[in-house]
Write a protein that binds this ligand. Sequence first.
Ligand SMILES: Nc1ncnc2c1ncn2[C@@H]1O[C@H](COP(=O)(O)OP(=O)(O)OP(=O)(O)O)[C@@H](O)[C@H]1O
Ligand SMILES: Nc1ccn([C@@H]2O[C@H](COP(=O)(O)O)[C@@H](O)[C@H]2O)c(=O)n1
Ligand SMILES: [Mg+2]
Length: 247
Amino acid sequence: MWRRVASLSRTISSSSSRSLSRNQAAFGLSIRESYATEISKPEEGVLPPKEKAPFITFVLGGPGSGKGTQCEKIVETFGLTHLSAGDLLRREIAMHTKNGAMILNLIKDGKIVPSEVTVKLLQKELESSNSSKFLIDGFPRTEENRVAFERIVGADPDVVLFFDCPEEEMVKRVLNRNQGRVDDNITTMKKRLKIFEALNRPVIDYYKNKGKLYTINAIGTVDDIFKQVLPIFTPFQEQLKQSRHAM
Ligand SMILES: Nc1ncnc2c1ncn2[C@@H]1O[C@H](COP(=O)(O)OP(=O)(O)OP(=O)(O)O)[C@@H](O)[C@H]1O
Ligand SMILES: Nc1ccn([C@@H]2O[C@H](COP(=O)(O)O)[C@@H](O)[C@H]2O)c(=O)n1
Ligand SMILES: [Mg+2]
């Protein structure tokens, strides 16, 4: 349960006391704790409550590049919590939520769901999780996704992985996937590849320029590829161990 104070501060300044107590209940906070950053001065010698930023990894790559497969291995090894944007959207479809039909039409057509919808789903998972280290798979897909995450969630990734895979290989993998996905067909796949090039490349370039991008050659066996992933997390191992107990 990260961003306790920050997310509550925003809520406090813009909502009624009723929603305040609802948030307090959700976050298990007392009134004193909730107001800590905004209205109470810390007593002398008493430190204000700490807001510990979560450890966030974004996982990028074209459709079928192996993001989900490698995320499973990262979770096993480093204990990060896996949030797949695509899975969260598919869950909305399966649960027939108010956005479900709209999401289904967009996914069938290989298009990008409005950022507000995807980011709110991610935000809900992040804020309700007991974890403080996350692998966010298939996100951000667009610059709009990236900016919306910054605005709504207010966090930046520590690491951005990019699984770089040739198109022919991605097509082959997707068409052999056999998981009953509505977008695993050649027509949708061609659209997804075009959208990936047009909209995801700028995001990849953005993180490259920020020095946060780790490009992985996604050709080879699953284990060969994971061998390239392992050393990326090694420098963060201490941080990852600590964040297991931080919240
Ligand atoms: N290194 C690999 N070699 C061969 N097949 C692989 C490899 N990695 C993953 N696959 C297979 O390719 C298919 C696509 O992999 P995966 O679902 O992990 O991709 P993805 O990037 O998450 O795709 P999407 O963006 O469509 O969700 C799966 O059937 C998976 O088992
Ligand atoms: N940030 C995102 C992520 C996904 N989508 C939609 O879901 C489809 C499947 O995504 P996968 O990550 O599971 O491949 C994708 O083609 C988009 O239609 C999205 O809109 N925004
Ligand atoms: Mg996937």
